[in-house]
Design a protein. Structure first.
Length: 126
């Protein structure tokens, strides 16, 4: 499969994932998946959302090239901070965090991933 077709497929998958989780939104709104959204769907839909995030990272790498610096993108820090994690371990960590913090369901999922997984992962020598 050609690179352009791969990028289109990844972009389509990411968009479909966001559309499934965000429900109906007005055109001028940017969907932001929060803990309220996270706690409702099946585990497969949650994993699809995480695949969408991973695909967006791959798209950025393809667009920027292999030498993406910290100054250009958060992607290098995200990759380093999530080293050793799998889609399932991130999904399970999010499930546990939102279950332990039911008063914080308004917090965006991407923020939770960043502050509860990426930032602590950056502090670990690897």
């Amino acid at each position: 499969m050609g690179t352009e077709l791969k990028l289109r497929t990844m972009a389509f998958a990411a968009c479909m994932t966001l559309a499934m989780l965000a429900g109906s939104v007005r055109a001028q709104e940017v969907p932001l998946v929060t803990g309220e959204h996270w706690t409702k769907p099946s585990e497969e839909v949650k994993k699809a959302y995480l695949v969408g995030i991973a695909n967006m990272g791959h798209i950025e790498l393809a667009y920027q090239g292999a030498a993406v610096s910290d100054a250009q993108s958060v992607l290098p820090r995200m990759v380093k901070g999530l080293k050793g994690q799998t889609l399932d371990s991130v999904r399970e960590a999010l499930n546990k965090w939102y279950a332990a913090n039911p008063d914080r369901l308004q917090r965006p999922v991407i923020e939770t991933i960043w502050f509860e997984m990426v930032v602590p992962g950056l502090k670990n020598p690897k």
